[in-house]
Design a protein around this ligand. Structure first.
Ligand code: FMN
Length: 336
């Protein structure tokens, strides 16, 4: 691992193996799986089990689990242990109702003693390093992240990633990194602290690294349809210069790789189907793209999709479309 880490955030329905493959190619230092329900894991639910799939080329990689029951978390930690990732991450930050209503995700921020017990159950059940990803607190009146971080460190977690919002904020407003810095600057804290929330440009990444002194930056939405963000940030931090924005050939190549990995992982029919949700993010900003996009999301054959991609490449090379610039505000997202 480098001295300063640029991480891919865990994202449900996004950060699966095909997506992680293109992020890894483009510089992600550490990646996480989508979050996995501990109840699902111990029930042997297919969806949960499939999220455990990790590959050697992805290393270092963390598997993220969530849950509100100590026994289920302990058993899940053992299941994860057997898969041998580089770390086990616990999600104490997910704000969505279906998770919070079961006393998991960000709901655990309301009860630090429970959080400590759940974390301890994991730490005691695996030899893997255990890390935690969470938010600033439950709501504006309960921003308890400084205490949370201390207590989790005391029971043996090896790093903490903090999204600079409370649960009740969901995604509203701007992420507040000042409290993340407070955790980092707490003289009692020894473990790495990763900052997360709203990083959408190399300039912002460098500015936040310098201003808040964190050990790494975790990127979520900005990587969706734009995996180049990792190398762009790293290059800018090293040189103060920008990498050239990805041209149409680079975009098409990433789409092809993503699609092929998707097919490799899920088989042809499902792989093609699951890839459909990614095209619009990869092709954002191209003029008159609608017709091509419709063809892509209705095609059922790899050969045909590759042909459409070749047409796209030829067309946009011919009209000399400039390289794409990242813009987080144009991304479609639904969860987290
Ligand atoms: C589609 C989507 C799915 C997410 N799923 C998860 C998840 O499974 N586990 C988790 O800890 N956070 C999840 N999050 C939250 C992100 O990891 C991250 O904390 C958040 O998007 C803020 O970072 P960003 O501003 O760089 O996107 C998700 C976010 C999005 C947009």
């Amino acid at each position: 691992m480098p001295e300063f880490h640029v991480l891919l955030a865990p994202m449900e329905d996004v950060s699966d193996p095909p997506f992680r493959a293109v992020c890894k190619d483009n510089g992600a230092d550490l990646m996480y799986t989508e979050f996995i329900s501990s109840e699902g894991l111990i029930r042997d639910a297919i969806k949960s089990r499939q999220k455990l799939d990790i590959f050697d080329y992805e290393k270092p990689i963390g598997i993220q689990i969530f849950g509100g029951d100590e026994e289920a978390m302990a058993m899940s930690a053992k299941i994860v242990d057997a898969v041998n990732p580089d770390l086990l991450d616990i999600n104490f930050g997910c704000p969505v109702k279906k998770v919070v209503s079961k006393g998991a995700g960000a709901a655990v921020l309301k009860d630090i003693d429970l959080m400590v017990r759940l974390t301890k159950a994991c730490v005691n059940s695996t030899s893997l390093p255990v890390t935690v990803k969470t938010r600033l607190g439950w709501d504006n009146n309960n921003k308890n992240i400084v205490e949370v971080a201390e207590r989790l460190q005391d029971i043996g977690i090896k790093a903490i990633a903090i999204h600079g919002r409370t649960r009740s904020q969901l995604y509203k407003g701007e992420a507040d990194w000042r409290l993340i810095a407070e955790v980092k600057n707490n003289p009692r804290m020894q473990i790495p602290v990763f900052g997360n929330g709203d990083i959408d440009s190399p300039e912002k990444a460098l500015e936040y690294k310098e201003r808040y002194g964190i050990d790494g930056i975790m990127i979520g939405r900005a990587a969706i349809g734009y995996p180049w963000v990792f190398n762009e940030i790293k290059y800018y931090m090293q040189t103060g210069k920008h990498l050239a924005a990805p041209g149409i050939e680079q975009r098409v190549n990433v789409i092809k790789k993503h699609l092929l990995r998707s097919i490799e992982w899920k088989g042809e029919t499902l792989g093609i189907l699951e890839m459909r949700r990614h095209y619009s993010n990869y092709l954002k900003g191209l003029p008159n793209i609608k017709e091509y996009r419709t063809k892509l999301v209705t095609s059922k054959s790899v050969d045909e999709i590759f042909e459409i991609l070749r047409d796209i490449q030829d067309f946009y090379i011919a009209i000399k479309i400039p390289g794409r610039k990242l813009n987080i505000n144009e991304l479609a997202y639904s969860c987290g």
